[in-house]
Design a protein around this ligand. Sequence first.
Ligand code: NAD
Length: 260
Amino acid sequence: MPSSRPIIDLSGKIGLVLGIANEHSIATGCARRFADAGAHLVATYLDDKARPFVEPVARALPCDLLLPCDVRVDGALDAVFTAIRDRYGRLNFLLHAMAFAPREDLHARVTDCSAAGFALAMDVSCHSFIRCARLAEPLMAQGGALLSVSFYGAERVVEHYNLMGPVKAALESSVRYLAAELGPRHIRVNAVSPGPIATRAASGIDRFDELLERAALDAPEHQRVTIEDVGALAAFLASDAGARITGSIIPVDGGQHIMA
Ligand code: NAD
């Protein structure tokens, strides 16, 4: 008898979504798919300035808890996980969809980027994922799924991506090490790697419009990736349908990565 249950079923699961800035965020596309699949969601916003943009998105999901979290602030991430522990006593999956680099360093050659800018970009965009893994581990006694978001610029030189290339390379390597370390606890760790999408973070990349145009020209179907496309993959990986998939960086770029 064929099962009548949908393949992506997150009902009864608790998910944490870090990285919603507004309705265009990749985290928003993912959170919508998580909610559609039946998950209970906790989301975060960066600060009071960001809150009015995140609140309507969170309300529409819906989401159980909306908490502040600037990962640069000592104890901010810990407070999020404490709130989850107090409310649910567990966590099933999380999405880390955040990145930051100081503008001056992002626009410089990698050769010229400052030590301070590089360290800050690494801390917010990569080490915060490692901290998430450490804090999630005790809440994932029954196993779980950790997801982050990378970009092709980690693997190959993409013009104007600059220091985010080495930062995403470190993120991708962290995914593999975390997957190996947490595998025995049945915690799967993966990253999705979307093609270019017009978001607030992306607007900080010099000549991002050209990247968007190239993506549509190069991709075999000549279509750009949407946040919904990324969300579908993220929901699959967060669900039990993604069992046995761990330590992977999975492109969702319309096949752009296969083209020379
Ligand atoms: P976005 O601007 O919508 O999201 C970036 C998020 O990072 C924001 O919510 C912001 O608040 C958060 N953030 C930045 N500094 C933070 C801090 N100190 N503490 C907590 N949160 C912080 O842009 P997006 O494109 O949706 O970015 C999400 C992820 O997707 C990033 O990791 C980005 O590198 C990655 N990505 C984006 C693209 C693209 O083309 N847009 C492609 C591949 C990967």
